[in-house]
Design a binder for this molecule. Structure first.
Ligand SMILES: C[S@@+](CC[C@H](N)C(=O)[O-])C[C@H]1O[C@@H](n2cnc3c(N)ncnc32)[C@H](O)[C@@H]1O
Length: 331
């Protein structure tokens, strides 16, 4: 239930807004879409590929699944804790797609692991061939992964399945990758070029669809794809499917977020610039102090020389008189 606030609690919506992460990225936001799936299909077994913190895994059991196989080769501590607290969740510390044939056939496959063509295509090919009654829900079917591969572990892929990649990231503000874009910060890299064949998640899903399997795209939070042969389910997803409103909100969200990334990048660059200017100024100040000390020493030395000079001059002034005296005495 949405909280729109009341006359006596007018800040409820703003409170809710500041409690959500600045960048929504998790499938946990799609609970109501999973509710639609569960309302149309008996979902007892779920295979969840790409689990991260485990904040979505519990939703599948809350909605009625008896077993969820949580596949993630790099489980975090919070994922281990979430799984330890729910006996219906089973951690599978392996990589998809290799592990899929070794798990029970599921009613629902949630594919949100390595977002590149080769991985997603192999996952979906296996699901469509071996679980003909299943529903597959894929995350990141839209920007930035729709037409551009992302690689968590490119070294696991055959060379012909990898595009040249970069640690720079995409932005909504131009077509090239940039250091100020949506970067993986060591977790993943991006294909240098977008588009073409065998590149991106949406391209993989399009190429995998056969035999009456259809794709419904929900254009929110990096895009969710529901792949099913169930016409009634596709019909029930109609309010979300290709929603122009969601698409507009999503485009605005990625534009705002990548503008924020650019501003952060610029702020860090300015701060680094200011730091280096401060260091230069401090160095110049130290040099000025050293020169001032040197000048004071030289001034003191000059004063001393001046005094010595005065003394010598005084002695010299005395000398001609005594010479004259000696000359006078001789006469
Ligand atoms: C985007 S996160 C998943 C987020 C999660 N589904 C959610 O919505 O909150 C991607 C996860 O996929 C995992 N991953 C990467 N490659 C994988 C693979 N080949 N098989 C399974 N998981 C993979 C990563 O370790 C990471 O935890």
């Amino acid at each position: 239930m949405n909280d729109y606030g009341t006359r006596t609690d007018p800040h409820a919506q703003a409170r809710a807004a500041r409690q959500t992460p600045l960048l929504l990225h998790s499938l946990s936001c799609f609970r109501e879409v999973f509710e639609v799936v569960y309302a149309h299909r008996p979902i007892s077994t779920v295979v969840e590929v790409g689990v991260e913190s485990g904040q979505v895994s519990g939703i599948y059991t809350e909605l009625g699944a008896r077993a969820v196989y949580c596949v993630d080769p790099a489980p975090t501590e919070s994922l281990r804790a979430a799984i330890a607290g729910n006996p219906a969740l089973h951690l599978v510390e392996e990589r998809s797609p290799d592990v899929l044939p070794h798990l029970p056939v599921a009613d629902l496959y949630v594919l949100d692991g390595d977002h590149n063509y080769a991985t997603v295509r192999a996952e979906l090919d296996w699901v469509l061939a071996n679980a003909p009654d299943a529903v597959a829900v894929l995350h990141d079917v839209l920007w930035p992964c729709s037409r551009r591969d992302q690689y968590y572990l490119p070294s696991r892929l055959r060379p012909e399945d990898r595009h040249p990649s970069s640690s720079e990231g995409p932005t909504a503000w131009h077509d090239e990758l940039t250091r100020a874009g949506f970067v993986g910060l060591g977790a993943f890299t991006c294909a240098q070029e977008a588009g073409g064949e065998r590149n991106g998640v949406l391209t993989a899903v399009e190429d995998a669809l056969t035999d009456g399997w259809q794709l419904a795209v929900i254009p929110a939070i990096f895009g969710v794809g529901v792949v099913t042969r169930d016409e009634a389910l596709l019909d029930a997803l109609r309010p979300y499917r290709d929603s122009r409103l969601l698409y507009t909100l999503e485009n605005n969200r990625i534009a705002l977020y990548t503008r924020l990334l650019q501003l952060q990048f610029d702020a860090v660059a300015h701060a680094e610039n200011a730091d280096s200017m401060a260091e230069t100024i401090a160095g110049q100040r130290r040099e000025l102090d050293r020169l001032a000390t040197e000048a004071a020493d030289l001034r003191a030395e000059a004063d001393e020389l001046h005094r010595q000079n005065e003394r010598l001059r005084a002695q010299l002034d005395e000398r001609p008189a005594s010479l004259a005296n000696r000359v006078l005495r001789r006469q």
